[in-house]
Design a protein around this ligand. Structure first.
Ligand SMILES: C[S@@+](CC[C@H](N)C(=O)[O-])C[C@H]1O[C@@H](n2cnc3c(N)ncnc32)[C@H](O)[C@@H]1O
Length: 222
């Protein structure tokens, strides 16, 4: 797939220049109607996303196997945060073009700062709802969304669902409201797997599989 003109690669141009992330730092606040969690992730807590203890209960290798990205394909990590899983994926699969997408500049700045000393050539950073993000609609082979569904209002969910092209697939992984856990958001801010599946099916999404992790569920489909 051709790289969209405005898709900035952090390793080219000036990563700290917000215009390089698709033309706008200030993405308009979405109508959050439909979101299970009433607020967005606070960038002040970004450090928690970099805690590698997460890999024990949500192993990257298992997620990437579920994702099943075809060789040479484009994968969008929707709501990438500090890019913890996007970086792992890009390093493990140099054949892929991994797009790390988020709606908060502070999160992407955090990711860019991590990449500065250790560039990853096949990882691209994109701000949500910019021309660069829109250029991806209907063109990507896989979408990964980790710990994001509960934050998405209906409009944002539609944006996520619009990304895959023909034959494309989405893997959503999120905290399980039904799991006993001392980590993660409050129970009433997240979904139980059936609730999540019902919300997705209500949009026309076809769930093709489900897997439970210690604290998370994964749902995939198209
Ligand atoms: C809990 S964090 C998870 C980050 C990352 N996926 C991880 O597991 O490390 C959720 C992220 O989703 C982002 N987000 C929420 N709504 C979004 C939207 N509509 N478009 C893009 N990113 C969004 C937030 O800014 C935040 O960085």
């Amino acid at each position: 797939m051709r790289e969209p003109d405005e898709l900035a690669h952090y390793a080219r141009g000036s990563p700290r220049d917000s215009n390089s992330l698709g033309g706008s730092t200030a993405t308009p606040e979405h109508d959050r109607h439909g979101a299970k969690q009433p607020y967005r992730f606070d960038p002040a807590r970004a450090g928690a996303l970099d805690d590698r203890a997460r890999f024990a209960y949500l192993p990257p290798a298992e997620l990437f196997a579920l994702l099943g990205a075809p060789k040479g394909s484009t994968v969008v990590d929707f709501g990438t945060g500090t890019g913890t899983y996007a970086i792992e994926l890009a390093r493990e699969r140099p054949d892929l073009r991994v797009v790390a997408l988020d709606e908060q500049q502070a999160m992407l700045d955090n990711l860019l700062a991590k990449l500065a000393p250790a560039p990853v050539k096949n990882l691209h950073v994109v701000m949500a709802r910019t021309p660069a993000a829109r250029a991806l609609e209907g063109k990507v082979e896989r979408v990964l969304a980790i710990n994001v569904l509960h934050e998405l209002g209906d409009e944002a969910l539609e944006e996520l669902l619009a990304l895959p092209g023909r034959g494309g697939r989405i893997l959503l992984v999120d905290w399980n409201a039904a799991a006993e856990r001392e980590v993660g958001p409050p129970r009433d801010h997240v979904y139980a797997p059936k609730e999540a599946a019902d919300r997705l099916v209500g949009t026309g999404f076809k769930v093709e599989g489900e897997k439970l992790f210690r604290y998370h569920y994964a749902l995939w489909g198209r």
